[in-house]
Structure formats: structure tokens, C-alpha cells
Design a protein around this ligand. Structure first.
Ligand SMILES: Cc1ncc(COP(=O)(O)O)c(C=O)c1O
Length: 400
């Protein structure tokens, strides 16, 4: 097992600017291989898909390759990979298609741990269908989303459980397999938001028990493309709104308009890059993705210990969330300073972080900080190193 962070960092041209990129949870940098793949696709000549000439065939090939790559990343079937602009747009689309099968009296379970993109689309779709919403609650002291509560929330009336695989601010990883197993036993489908979780470790949607799994390539070093992965047979049962002449096959039925073909080539290159994070592993791309993401996760978690312990040692700092299983994502405040002021100070020290609610709307309400400018988020991904963490800690210590 070899994870060489210096080798990995050298793949990312943007990291040469000397900033500590701790803003990965809002969007990661791109390795040169991904940037090149996008440029190469354009340079080769790209037509629209479905035509008779080679440039058109290249567009179709980029789409097929992208579906295969996403399936290798998360463990799904390429024919079940829906591509779209981002997770939010795709989730609204899936919510509309699923809600068309709901009736008054049905119920949908959402959680207060989730990014609003896996909350509001379901609430709005449920309202239109006359279905009721039930809430899974977060323990504010720990940041855990206890799985046991789903036993009380679930009944034969529940049609869907929407839950995140990881919080985008406090990093909590709920026990998704337990939640989806309970949902399935009650006859409900599950929609798992994997946008924050996917870059932080190996993903297997079958092991998670997710009927739908959503992810966004720009969080894992790819371009701005979203994907929802599901069993093609399940997708075949849904009838989303679409144009009459557009393909009615699965998954194309769920994809509106013309996709960004060159970006799709970039998504496949991003998966190839992730598969090579540990350059000692061999086997199929899926095997290499699993091993590489496991190596990256171990590396990130070790670095996170330093980051978290360093912040915790600063008396003026309050850290939110201490779930047992979590991604390497810190969410904190510094007494006497508004989060935006902290982020501005860090930017002046060449440290990129986010401040605010980061769309964790319900969670910041639970934590009692939504009206206070919320907190500062510093997150690690595989290309961060000890110097990034030291820069953050030194800059925060100047305030604390
Ligand atoms: C956990 C989580 N879910 C959903 C989203 C929304 O993703 P997208 O920007 O692809 O719509 C984000 C974006 O930050 C996120 O972190």
C-alpha cells in the first residue's frame, strides 16, 4: 500500500500557487490529466451524439466511457448511471419522477443532517403529491444521526428515505446500510446523497443498500457534472417528463438536452486518476479505485487527527460534530470573530476555507448557529498535506 502525497500533489497544477486548498468540500482542484482529457476531446473534434461521422461517434464514446467510469467509482452498472449538470438538478428531476407515483397519505423521510439538496426537493415534491414529511433528527451534542430512530419513523406508508452518506459540514457518516435495510424492509426506496462522501473513501452502492446514489464529479477532481446511479430495472419503472423525440431508453430518459461531452471525458479521466492514487495497486479499474480510495482515506484520516487535535487545543475554538465515523471535515468557530472574518483572515494567510451554512440548512439550525454566520469549514482531501494543516493552525492561532 503506497500513498505518496508528494507524487499526488504534483498531478495538480493549481496547487503550485502556494495556497492551502482546504475548500475541497465545496469543489476540488483538477489534475492535469483531467484538464488534458477535456482539451483533447475538444481538439479531436466533437459532434453531437448519434450522427454518422467520427466526431459524433467520439461524443457517444465519451458518454459511454463516462458511465462506465462512474460505475467503476461507486460500484453500479453503467446502464444505471444518469448524467446531468449537478446533484441538485438531478435530485429535483428524480424527485418529480418518483413523486408522480406517490399519493396523499404517503410519507417521505428526510434528515436534518443533510445538505438542503437532499431535503427541499423531497419536501416540495411531497407537498405537490399530498404526501407527508417525517424528520430524522441529529443529536446536537455528537452530530450523530442515530439509525435506530428510523424504526419508529418507518411504516408501510413511507415511500422514500432520503439520507446523506456524509454531512458536508461536520462530516458525520450515518449508518447508511442499517437505514436502507430498514427502509427496504418497510417497502420504501432510499435516495443516498453521496456528494460529500464519494471523495473520502471507497464506495459500494450495493453494500450501502442505496436504491439511488447521487454524486458530483467536481467534488472528486472532475469537472462540473453530476450523476445519479441506480438499478437500471428500477429506473425503467419511472416516467420522467421528457421531450417526445428524445431517447426513451434508460438512463437517457432522465437526461435533458445535450450533455457537455468534453466534460464527460474529463469525468472518466478523474476516475482513472483516483484509481491511480495508490500506484502500487493492480487489477481492474474498479479494484484499483477501491484500493486507492481506501489508501487515500487512511491518509486523510491521519492528517485529520492533526488538524482536529490542533484546533481543539486552541482555547477560543469551538469544533462542531464528533461522530464516531466521519470524513476529514472540520467545522468550527473562533470566539470573538465572525466566521466570514476568520475566513478573510485565513485567505490573507493563503488558506482557502469556507464560511457560513454551506447549505447544511437544517443542521445549522439544530446546532443553533444558523443566525450567527454559522461556522468555518476546513476540509481535507487526498491532495492536502501537513503544510496545509500547519498553515491553517498557525493562522487560526493568530486569532485564538
Ligand atoms: C452533501 C452535498 N449534497 C449535495 C450537494 C449539491 O451538489 P451539486 O452542487 O452537485 O448540486 C453538495 C454540494 O456542496 C453537497 O456537499
Amino acid at each position: 500500500m503506497t500513498f505518496d502525497v508528494n507524487r499526488v500533489r504534483a498531478c495538480y497544477p493549481a496547487l503550485a500557487d502556494g495556497y492551502a486548498y482546504l475548500d475541497g468540500a465545496a469543489g476540488t482542484q483538477l489534475p492535469a490529466a483531467v484538464i488534458d482529457a477535456i482539451g483533447t476531446a475538444y481538439r479531436a473534434g466533437l459532434g453531437n451524439a448519434g450522427g454518422t461521422f467520427p466526431a459524433s461517434a467520439r461524443a457517444s464514446q465519451a458518454t459511454d466511457d463516462c458511465r462506465r467510469a462512474v460505475a467503476d467509482l461507486v460500484g453500479g452498472h453503467p446502464a444505471g448511471v444518469i448524467l446531468g449538470p449537478n446533484m441538485t438538478t438531478l435530485t429535483y428531476r428524480l424527485a418529480a419522477a418518483l413523486a408522480a407515483t406517490w399519493n396523499p397519505g404517503d410519507e417521505v423521510i428526510v434528515s436534518r443532517l443533510d445538505h438542503d439538496a437532499n431535503v427541499r426537493p423531497w419536501i416540495q415534491a411531497a407537498e405537490r403529491a399530498g404526501a407527508a414529511i417525517r424528520w430524522a433528527e441529529v443529536d446536537p451534542a455528537t452530530g450523530e444521526l442515530p439509525a435506530a430512530q428510523y424504526a419508529d419513523l418507518l411504516s408501510e406508508r413511507v415511500r422514500l428515505v432520503a439520507v446523506t452518506a456524509a454531512s458536508n459540514v461536520i462530516g458525520t457518516r450515518p449508518d447508511v446500510p442499517a437505514i436502507t435495510a430498514m427502509a427496504r424492509a418497510a417497502g420504501a426506496l432510499s435516495y443516498v446523497d453521496g456528494v460529500h462522501a464519494t471523495p473520502h473513501g471507497p464506495v459500494d452502492i450495493w453494500a450501502l443498500g442505496a436504491d439511488f446514489y447521487a454524486t458530483s464529479a467536481y467534488k472528486w477532481c472532475g469537472p462540473h457534472v453530476g450523476a445519479v446511479i441506480a438499478d437500471p430495472a428500477l429506473l425503467g419503472t419511472l416516467r420522467p417528463d421528457k421531450l417526445v423525440p428524445s431517447p426513451d431508453d434508460v438512463p437517457e430518459r432522465f437526461e435533458l438536452g445535450t450533455p457537455p461531452f468534453a466534460d464527460l471525458a474529463g469525468v472518466a479521466a478523474a476516475v482513472d486518476h483516483l484509481a491511480g492514487l495508490d500506484d502500487a495497486v493492480t487489477g481492474s479499474r474498479r479494484d484499483r479505485v477501491l484500493a486507492s480510495m481506501a489508501a487515500a482515506e487512511r491518509y486523510e484520516q491521519r492528517l485529520f487527527d492533526t488538524l482536529r487535535d490542533g484546533l481543539a487545543a486552541l482555547p477560543q475554538v469551538t469544533l462542531y460534530g464528533k461522530a464516531v465515523a466521519r470524513t476529514a471535515t472540520a467545522y468550527f468557530t473562533v470566539a470573538g470573530y465572525a466566521p466570514k472574518r476568520v475566513a478573510e483572515h485565513l485567505a490573507s494567510r493563503r488558506v482557502n476555507v469556507w464560511h457560513g451554512h454551506n447549505y447544511a440548512w437544517e443542521l445549522t439550525g439544530v446546532l443553533g448557529i444558523r443566525d450567527t454566520g454559522c461556522a468555518v469549514r476546513a476540509g481535507l482531501v487526498h491532495y492536502n498535506d501537513e503544510s496545509d494543516v500547519s498553515s491553517l493552525l498557525a493562522a487560526v492561532a493568530e486569532l485564538a
